[in-house]
Ligand binder design. Sequence first.
Ligand code: KPL
Length: 295
Amino acid sequence: MKKRWHILGAGAIGNLWACHLTSAGFPVTLILRSQDKLNSFSDQHGIKLKEELYLADAELADSPYPIEQLLITTKSTDTKTAFNSIRTRISSHARVIVLQNGMGTQQWVREQLPSAEVVWASTTDGAWLKQPFDLVHAGQGYTRMGIPDQECYWLEELGNGFLKIELDDDIAKTLWRKLAINCAINPLSAHFQCKNGELINNPNYLVEMAAICREVEAVTSAAGIKLFDGPLIEHACQVAELTAENYSSMMQDVKHGRSTEISSITGYLCKLAEQHNISIPVNQKYLKKIQELQT
Ligand code: KPL
């Protein structure tokens, strides 16, 4: 019998991974936020995806069962509160995967669990929930995962479901690349309330995107991080083109009045810029604009 995975964060990616792990033969438990959510889960006992029902269990954070394997898919900005709500249940030698946008929380989780194996992960899969536990896998991507400067043999066990998984021996760089692209696309699309594709079709937006990219490169090169071979703006434009018809996660959060991940995306970059004494006024401007929308 394979060991159970607990999933903290039952948004679209958490649901998608619950289906993947179930299809790979793991028992899965979703840790839900409220009794209402738990009641609505209990009606179907699983997650619907493409006419199939993937059976899983669900519980609240205060359930007594110990956690040996934990996948964290909360929004990066919710991580600390969610983690603290189950902290006493997590075994000190647990296997943990942190699969999120943004940066900062991966290091934080590792510090909280010094004897655990904490894997960092980044995905390009696209998914959304039609309603709770009724999932659409909108874009087949891949998930890269690894532990910085360490091998992790058990990750191979995870590859038998339907998602594409790649072991990454430079996961910190992968997360940086994702962060750089998110800095370029997310705040602009959220501010202008537009699809990703409009950022490259509207010359005024493109000028802003290019300025953001130059600032990101100034910070990463001061911090000794090599992003891409070519300029960041080229990669950001490629992603905007490939996802032209999509609304970024931040644009959707703003549209629905939800909190955004700006503090662990542009906010993380701005903190690093400050440490290196680099001025990044365009990123600062959008950090402030998006923060203002949330207050
Ligand atoms: O990761 C994304 C997001 O929306 O958060 C991008 C790459 C911008 C695709 O929309």
